[in-house]
Unconditional design. Structure first.
Length: 341
């Protein structure tokens, strides 16, 4: 009959503590509980049953998550002491099962004290089947097992666990007299050798020598002046603000608020076409429109200066160059006190 290599289980698990180094350590353990036989298929009338079970283990910890473990597992007896064979003859039937386990144990720490375990491996068992007073069959074979558990670290070396283990396809295949599954539920204690507790650092009180602090030198300050300029252009014979001009003025307002400008200088200009007196008034009107826009949009400065020069500084000879002279130049000046380097 095909064996299953997987199984469930109550196992020997090992203790784990965040405060201890358990790598490359040996441990031993022992446990007791109840076994349950189920899915019993026998040539006799044996059925599901339960009995006392116990186990003993020895393991080697590879790291804090995995260990290799070997042990002895006694599953107890599946019996029926009330069967009759012939007239006046009463004799019970029973199956005893015990053997060696070898498997891989995994541990998942939940915190410094609690942990979960899982295990899988092989169970080399001996099955002794007393079928009647005169008929006895025994077999040695291998079954798969696996198990789960939850444990608690009492100390760095000692742990207690509640465990569940399941064994699949325990049978006598030579004469085909029995086939069953078994499971155990119980409590197990394990003790670990050579655990190295983590060293705790001891902090000694510091000896403080009182000294008179040296006098701090008086800081030396200097004035830092920052200037930034932008030009707002106007159309021919116009002092109206275009959308492009308004966008530039919005940027001026943003910079002024950010840098807390102390002085804003508005310098208006026109090109050199037309009457010079008219151009002077046109440049003054352009300055006034810029001022009105800045003030109406919340600009606040300590000092705002205005200057209109008309065509005084206009020297362009081409249409493209004249378009660049129809402008108001806005200069932002801020002064801050900083420590001299």
């Amino acid at each position: 009959m095909k064996k299953s290599i997987l199984a469930i289980a109550l196992m020997s698990c090992f203790s784990y503590a965040n405060a201890a180094d358990i790598d490359n350590t040996w441990y031993i353990g022992a446990g007791a509980g109840q076994s349950n036989f189920e899915s019993v298929d026998s040539v006799s009338n044996l059925g599901d049953d339960s009995d006392f079970a116990w186990n003993a283990v020895i393991g080697y910890q590879l790291n804090k998550y995995f260990a290799i473990e070997a042990g002895w597992q006694d599953l107890g007896t599946n019996d029926d002491l009330h069967m009759r064979y012939g007239e006046g003859v009463t004799h019970g039937e029973e199956i005893d099962i015990d053997g060696f386990t070898l498997g891989l144990v995994g541990t998942l720490p939940l915190n410094e004290k609690w942990f979960l375990t899982g295990e899988a491996g092989a169970y080399q068992y001996h099955l002794a089947h007393q079928m009647s007073a005169n008929k006895y069959v025994s077999a040695t074979d291998t079954a798969g097992y696996m198990g789960v558990g939850i444990g608690y670290n009492i100390t760095d070396s000692l742990a207690v666990s509640a465990k569940y283990r399941r064994f699949i396809d325990i049978d006598e295949s030579a004469w085909n007299t029995a086939n069953m599954d078994a499971q155990t539920v119980g409590i197990q204690l394990t003790y670990r050798f050579g655990v190295k507790p983590t060293q705790t650092a001891v902090i000694l009180p510091a000896v403080i020598k009182e000294t008179k602090p040296a006098p701090c030198p008086e800081p030396v300050y200097e004035t830092k002046v920052e200037k930034s300029s932008v030009a707002v252009l106007f159309g021919f014979d116009s002092s109206e603000l275009s959308q492009t001009a308004k966008a530039k003025l919005d940027e001026v307002i943003r910079i002024s608020h950010k840098n807390d400008s102390d002085v804003i200088m508005l310098k208006g200009q026109s090109d050199n076409q037309g009457d010079s007196a008219y151009n002077q008034k046109l440049s003054e009107s352009r300055v006034q429109h810029v001022e009105n826009y800045l003030v109406s949009h919340g600009l606040e400065v300590k000092k705002l200066e205005k200057q209109a020069s008309g065509e005084q500084n206009a020297h362009a000879n081409s249409l493209k160059e004249r378009a660049l002279e129809r402008r108001v130049i806005i200069t932002l000046t801020s002064e801050t006190q900083v420590i001299a380097s």
